[in-house]
Design a protein around this ligand. Structure first.
Ligand code: HEM
Length: 492
């Protein structure tokens, strides 16, 4: 009689040899020490020791899904990107959501921006749009990013995030006032990854077939509606279900409830940039919709869960430098820094052949480079020549840049970014505060005050500088915050 056990395939070692015993280590006699000849034991223990790769230095905690982007408007007047060339055209995508500061095992329901990293597998190569759920950011120059993140992560001595460090940095970086107001507002703790918007955040370049170029900002508006958690709801959920966002996304897709976003762009003709009232490349500012109304261009739907989280989510890599013809960078100094940082992180975290992995490689075309070898190279190029130019029919350059050259003037130097007529670090923060309902303002003040009050008792100077930024944004905002912080610090 054939039993269930007879139907099972045979367990093997990594080299494919049948395993006789997967329960008992081979020993010298009954009860004796283990033998070196038990290679299965060593192979299992050694592989297990090497299961982890370095987690992302930021955005370590995340979840992802595949999906489809569909074009809904003719944008050929603005970009020659092939995946945007026709209404109805569909492109496969992979989207990884994340939180920023927490480590890989951190809870999802926390007050923190959410990452919104989107890969379009286009026929002209992969286009990565690595954004957040916030239209702005804390700083505007990449050179400050490592310092900023050090204040969000664990203190070298205490090993915990410290209010002293966070507020010291923010107090000394007034350009953060807008994003901090956003973060402590109601949208600071999304209920799920499905119930929040995504933003490209930076300004990018689009170039049309005629070679004209435009500055664009991307918005992904959730079709599920915005839903947020209050601080106390989040505190409870983070304890009870640390994987809340990840589980919600996977289960929604399993149920066939595919989350969708309406994709919009704001488009600024290149000629407007120099005289626009704000520096259009300043990541701490939005472009008011009255100036450049968002235009709907497509829909994004997530409809397939990854089968293997490590292979497809942990090893997924996104780079703001992954452009396709018709799309390029702007001179935003944050973006310029990011164009370097991501691929460098991938080389360290996943390895030099990270772009060859199934989730990362182009799906609608193939990569044709003369780069070769390195750790875990799979030999994909076979006998092909590995240099260029060659007379063996190897791949050739097109001679056509992906995006337009941008005129520049002046001497090299560590310049402050150009300031436009209405540029300051506080105007849009104050406007955001005044836009909030009375209830939201109350929650904003309570949240900020609760965190600022945690600054060490002997560092009132840090508190003062922090509050002063909000006071400059709006007098009422600053007065109420000051009162709330003083009250809480009295009670300590
Ligand atoms: C100069 C500023 C910045 C630098 C140097 C920087 C650097 C990094 C690095 C090194 C990673 C880890 C990449 C990896 O290991 O695969 C990362 C992840 C990420 N960053 Fe940034 N970042 C910056 C600003 C921003 C901004 C402004 C945004 C959003 C608008 C953003 C969104 C993200 C997202 C979504 C991820 C996660 C990507 C993924 O899911 O794999 N970052 N960043």
């Amino acid at each position: 009689m054939t039993t269930q056990d007879d139907l099972r395939p045979i367990l093997t070692t990594e080299s494919g040899a049948p395993v006789a015993d997967n329960q008992n280590t081979e020993t010298a006699g009954v009860g004796g020490p283990a033998l070196i000849q038990d290679q299965l034991l060593f192979e299992k223990l050694a592989h297990f020791n090497r299961e982890r790769i370095p987690e992302r230095v930021v955005h370590a905690r995340g979840a992802g899904a595949y999906g489809t982007f569909t074009v809904t408007a003719d944008v050929t007047a603005y970009t020659r990107a092939a995946f945007l060339s026709e209404v109805g055209k569909q492109t496969e995508t992979f989207l990884r959501f994340s939180t920023v500061a927490g480590n890989l095992g951190a809870a999802d329901a926390v007050r923190d921006p959410r990452g919104f990293a989107l890969k379009f597998y286009t026929e002209e190569g992969n286009y990565d749009l690595v954004g957040n759920n916030t239209p702005v950011f804390f700083i505007k120059d990449a050179i400050k990013f490592p310092d900023f993140i050090h204040t969000q992560k664990r203190d070298p001595y205490t090993g915990s995030q410290e209010a002293d460090n966070v507020w010291d940095f923010w107090g000394l970086s007034p350009e953060s006032t807008h994003q901090v107001t956003w973060l402590f507002g109601d949208r600071g703790i999304p209920a799920t990854y499905r119930h929040m918007n995504g933003y490209g955040s930076h300004t990018y370049q689009w170039q049309n077939e005629a070679g004209e170029y435009f500055w664009v900002k991307y918005h992904f508006k959730t079709d599920q509606g915005i839903r947020n958690l209050t601080q106390s709801e989040a505190n409870r959920l983070a304890g009870e279900d640390p994987d809340s966002h990840q589980r919600d996304l996977r289960e929604a897709i399993e149920r066939g409830e595919f989350p969708r976003w309406t994709v919009q762009v704001q488009i600024m003709p290149a000629a407007d940039a120099a005289e626009y009232r704000f520096n259009p490349f300043d990541l701490t500012k939005v472009w008011p919709h009255a100036d450049y109304p968002p235009i709907e261009i497509g829909t994004l739907e997530l409809n397939r869960n990854p089968d293997n989280i490590f292979a497809e989510v942990e090893q997924s890599v996104f780079s703001p430098a992954h452009f396709v013809p018709g799309i390029g960078p702007s001179p935003d100094k944050m973006l310029q820094g990011r164009l370097f940082a991501y691929a460098d992180a991938h080389r360290y975290r996943v390895g030099i052949n990270a772009d060859h992995l199934p989730v990362n490689r182009p799906h609608a075309t193939e990569a044709r480079t003369n780069s070769r070898d390195g750790h875990l190279y799979d030999g994909r190029h076979g006998r092909q020549k590995n240099y260029e130019p060659n007379t063996f029919g190897g791949p050739a350059q097109t001679g056509r840049p992906l995006w337009s050259a941008v005129p520049v003037a002046g001497a090299t130097g560590n310049h402050v970014a150009p300031s436009h007529a209405e540029d300051d670090d506080f105007g849009q923060a104050g406007a955001l505060y005044r836009l909030m309902s009375a209830d939201e303002q109350q929650r904003l003040i309570a949240g900020l005050a609760g965190f600022i009050a945690k600054v060490s008792a002997d560092r009132d100077d840090i508190v003062e500088r922090a509050v002063e930024n909000f006071r400059t944004a709006d007098a009422d905002y600053g007065r109420r915050l000051d009162e709330a912080v003083r009250e809480l610090r009295k009670q300590r």
